[in-house]
Design a binder for this molecule. Structure first.
Ligand code: GLP
Length: 266
């Protein structure tokens, strides 16, 4: 795992955008793994800014896979998908701005009749696309990755999960009232996420410091799903000063990044 302590969310956004752009330039038909939440937004905005300024790559041939999706959200008043569904969120926050069409973006299917087979169908789609080249990840304040709550098997696959009270409270800000946050979700499993070729975890703010320390320096444990990154051969963790503040080896991570060979890249 490469832990990269950076100076600000803006610096993280620039580095994350560099990583994604490098993948798409090298492989125009790249497969991008997308995360929701507030944390990746500055990186998404930076990608859109560069694309619209004409200095980013073209995204016409990419395929995207969302990490997770709510189950049981009512339709929007116009009959479309709910504004807080992750399908709508990813379109609004990233893919529309990059000119990536809805047919290029996949998400787990939360339709009520489809739930029993939604996991295996999503896994098959990811496999058919050749797997994910670079996977954005955030981390929950309880250490969850995607919607793999503490206790999730480190080998888990895409399936339905029940949110913890903590996660529902954390996500209530996106809804009119806490009671509107769905109780159930579909999420890529930790075993699914581990198959992406490059994991790019971003964490910012003091509220993530304990979860980051547990994931990066704690024991490998289902009690901290984020710790599964320790098993991945190419995981990059981009942190602002507040999110990095509880790491014991922080000085070492800084030394490593400062002395990183220029040819190596992230
Ligand atoms: C949600 C998402 C995760 C995300 C996490 C943290 O529960 N399913 O993918 O990493 O929240 O979100 P935020 O970045 O808003 O703190």
């Amino acid at each position: 795992m490469e832990v990269v302590p950076l100076g600000s969310a803006a610096e993280i956004a620039a580095v994350a955008a560099d990583v994604v752009e490098a993948v798409v330039r090298r492989k125009p038909a790249a497969v991008l793994g997308l995360a929701t939440g507030s944390t990746p937004l500055p990186a998404y905005q930076e990608l859109i800014r560069r694309h619209q300024a004409g200095i980013g790559p073209g995204y016409h041939d990419v395929t995207c896979f969302n990490l997770d999706e709510y189950v049981g959200l009512p339709p929007a008043p116009d009959g479309g998908v709910h504004a807080q569904s992750y399908r709508a969120t990813i379109a609004r926050e990233l893919t529309d701005g990059l000119g990536i069409g809805p047919d290029q973006v996949n998400g787990p299917d939360p339709g009520p009749g489809a739930l029993p087979t939604a996991g295996e169908r999503y896994e098959a789609l990811i496999e058919k696309a050749g797997g994910v080249d670079v996977q954005f990840l955030g981390i929950g304040s309880d250490g969850h990755l995607a919607f793999n709550e503490p206790g999730s098997s480190l080998a888990s696959r895409t399936r339905i999960k029940t949110l913890t009270a903590q996660t529902r409270a954390d996500n209530a800000r996106f809804f009119g009232s806490p009671g509107e946050v769905p109780t159930h979700v579909l999420t890529q499993g930790l075993g699914t996420i581990l198959e992406a070729r490059h994991l790019l975890l971003i964490a910012t703010g003091e509220g993530k410091a304990a979860a980051v320390a547990a994931a990066v320096e704690g024991p490998l444990s289902a009690s901290c799903p984020g710790s599964v990154l320790q098993l991945h051969p190419h995981a990059t963790v981009l942190l602002d000063p507040a999110a990095a503040s509880r790491l014991d080896r922080l000085a070492y991570y800084r030394e490593v990044y400062a002395a990183k060979p220029a040819w190596q890249g992230l």
